[in-house]
Design a protein around this ligand. Structure first.
Ligand SMILES: [Zn+2]
Length: 150
C-alpha cells in the first residue's frame, strides 16, 4: 500500500473497522513510515479534541429554545408592525425638529426687529462702552424703559 492509501484508511484503522489483514499491513507501515505515523498521531489527537467538545452537553431544551429565539429575532426584524413604532418615533422627532427650527428662526427674527427698534442713535453715539457690549445693551434697555415711562 502507498502512503496515500494508508492515510485514507487511518480513520477506519483507529476505529478498528479494518480486516485483520489490512490492520496488520498498516501497523507494519506505521512502524517504518514516519510521515504516516505523524498523520496517525494528528488524527487521534483531533479525535481526542472532538471527544472533549462532545463532553460539554447542552441542556436538553437548548435546541428548542435556541430556534424559538431565532424565530423571535427574525419576526422582530422582518415584521413591518415592529417597524411602526420606530417610524412614528422618527416622524415625531422630525416634527419636533421642524417646529424647533421654525420657532427658533421666528424668535430670532423678532429679536432682531426688537434690537433695531431699541437702538437710540444718541445713546449709540454717546455710549462710553464698546458697541454691543453687555453694558451698552443694558444702557439701551434703560433708555428704552425711560422712554416707555415718558
Ligand atoms: Zn507512509
Amino acid at each position: 500500500m502507498t502512503c496515500e492509501q494508508i492515510q485514507e484508511k487511518l480513520p477506519a484503522y483507529q476505529d478498528g473497522e479494518l480486516s485483520a489483514e489490512n490492520e496488520k499491513a498498516i501497523k507494519t507501515h506505521l512502524d517504518v513510515c514516519e510521515v504516516c505515523r505523524k498523520e496517525e498521531k494528528l488524527l487521534s489527537e483531533s479525535w481526542e479534541m472532538l471527544g472533549d467538545l462532545k463532553s460539554i452537553e447542552p441542556s436538553p431544551n437548548f435546541e428548542a429554545r435556541f430556534w424559538a429565539r431565532v424565530r423571535q429575532e427574525e419576526s422582530k426584524q422582518t415584521g413591518w408592525r415592529s417597524l411602526l413604532p420606530a417610524a412614528l418615533g422618527l416622524a415625531g422627532m422630525a416634527a419636533v425638529w421642524v417646529i424647533g427650527v421654525t420657532g427658533g428662526f421666528l424668535l430670532f427674527e423678532n429679536h432682531n426687529r426688537k434690537e433695531v427698534a431699541l437702538i437710540n442713535p444718541s445713546s449709540v453715539v454717546t455710549s462710553p462702552y464698546p458697541p454691543n457690549s453687555i453694558e451698552q445693551i443694558f444702557m439701551k434697555n434703560q433708555t428704552s424703559l425711560k422712554r416707555e415711562r415718558i
